[in-house]
Design a protein around this ligand. Structure first.
Ligand SMILES: [Zn+2]
Ligand SMILES: [Zn+2]
Length: 440
């Protein structure tokens, strides 16, 4: 028996029935992003590992444990010959997120010369080597935006608004809330780290293994730990808001004022830090109301004012978010929404001989080229069997080409509702079908 071939662990197929929900999320996102003036960007799935190590943080889970290295099979004899050329240097990985890639593109293509801020949106698969669990895959989809080149608090609110409106369009508005926090900037971050480290050091023994490590690399991240013991210690930690410098506090206050102005529901979330090192000032998530543990965050993002500089660009403030598409799909599946109609063809093609199949293919080409949706089994089934398929397809019109019609270069046009038939020349089919469809 040959070995059974199946998807790799943690990966999944998105079948047509699921695709409908994904498409709905993509569509809501595209329409909203376009309305706000975002232009699309697509970056490669493969990037240098260093890109993410620098952005997300050397010590972060994503960088230390969750990256998929892309093997170039350098050890195989065929590849060995090219070893050492430029493109063989540096480790390659599948992207775990897209912000770092978009920032790389911003610098690489000199987008600082474009009108600022540059507003970009993307949709695509990301990859993280995590323990697979229900609804969580190692390849997952994100839809996100980045606004690069403006630091004003109104942009933070605008970023949240775009995310909010996308979810609202999907009918989720009423059950969601924005969690928002500020994690400080270059000026106050050192003090924040020091104060938090001092607090957590007192309880170091009770911290989980990961947080012991975080204590050294980034004590802020302990605030976000889901372990009970760590959460308890985090509860008594000094509040970030109290540790912010004057500028950061003013920026945060303005951000909240804009949210008030927009009437968006939000809650201050002291423990929200997000697991990526590049965030400065505003961080936010949108998730279900009354979800204390924030297990079902649908969207997350924030400001990253130092990232472009860290990559060698000029100091450029920026802000963005990414939607976890699978999570949104899970949620909208549970909602009563108008069911999506399966694809209904306008014309069903029936053919009854080999010569007729050739004619039918020609007719299909003519019709589809003119945007008429055609379905056909192209089977060797009997007329009766093919008529049954035509009925099931719900196409209003079927075209029947038998041996005789193939020979005469004609076809029988059949109205499926009353069974009336008319023979027309194949050269006149497009015109006939168009006329009949327009009368439906
Ligand atoms: Zn922990
Ligand atoms: Zn500050």
């Amino acid at each position: 028996m040959p070995k059974k071939i199946q998807t790799v662990r943690g990966m999944t197929d998105i079948l047509p029935r699921q695709q409908v929900f994904f498409e709905r999320v993509f569509q809501a996102f595209r329409v909203t992003a376009r309305a706000f003036g975002f232009e699309q960007i697509e970056t490669p799935l493969v990037e240098e590992a260093g890109l993410f190590a620098r952005a997300i943080g050397e010590g972060s889970d994503i960088v230390t444990k969750q990256m998929f290295a892309v093997s170039r099979l350098a050890d195989s004899p065929r590849q060995a010959r090219t070893k050492g050329t430029d493109d063989e240097k540096g480790e390659l990985v599948l992207r775990p997120e897209a912000t770092a890639s978009v920032v790389r593109a911003y610098i690489e293509h000199g987008m600082h010369t474009w009108p600022q801020p540059v507003k970009l949106s993307y949709i695509g698969p990301m990859f993280r080597y995590e323990r697979p669990q229900a609804g969580r895959y190692r390849q997952f989809w994100q839809a996100g935006v980045e606004i690069i080149g403006e630091g004003d608090a109104s942009i933070d609110a605008l970023t949240m608004l775009v995310g909010w409106q996308t979810l609202e369009k999907l009918g989720l508005g009423e059950q969601l809330v924005i969690s928002v926090n500020s994690v400080g900037d270059k000026a106050c971050r050192p003090r924040i780290r020091k104060q938090l480290a001092a607090h957590f050091e007192k309880h170091a023994d009770a911290l989980c293994e990961d947080c012991q490590e975080r204590l050294k690399t980034n004590p802020l991240r302990i605030l976000d730990c889901k372990q009970d013991s760590c959460r308890k210690i985090a509860e008594s930690a000094p509040e970030l808001i109290d540790l912010l410098c004057e500028d950061c506090r003013a920026h945060f206050r303005m951000t909240l004022e804009y949210l008030d102005e927009l009437g968006l529901p939000y809650e201050l979330s002291q423990r929200l830090v997000r697991g990526l090192d590049y965030y400065t000032r505003t961080v936010f998530e949108i998730g279900a109301l009354n979800d204390e543990a924030r297990q079902s965050s649908l969207l997350g993002g924030g400001r990253y004012d130092t990232l472009i500089e860290e990559y060698g660009g000029r100091p450029t403030p920026a802000s963005g978010f990414a939607i976890g598409v699978e999570r949104v799909v899970e949620l909208i599946k549970t909602k009563k929404m108008p069911s999506v109609q399966p694809l209904t063809p306008q014309v069903f093609l029936i053919q009854l001989s080999e010569g007729a199949r050739k004619a039918a293919l020609r007719v299909a080409r003519t019709l589809t080229k003119n945007d008429i949706q055609v379905s056909s089994g192209m089977t060797k089934g009997s007329l009766k069997a093919q008529l049954r398929s035509a009925d099931r397809s719900k196409a209003p019109i079927s075209l029947i080409i038998g041996q005789r019609e193939a020979f005469d270069a004609t076809a029988i046009v059949r109205e499926m509702d009353d069974g009336s038939q008319e023979t027309v020349a194949q050269s006149a089919i497009l015109e006939t079908i168009r006329k009949r469809l327009s009368q439906k």
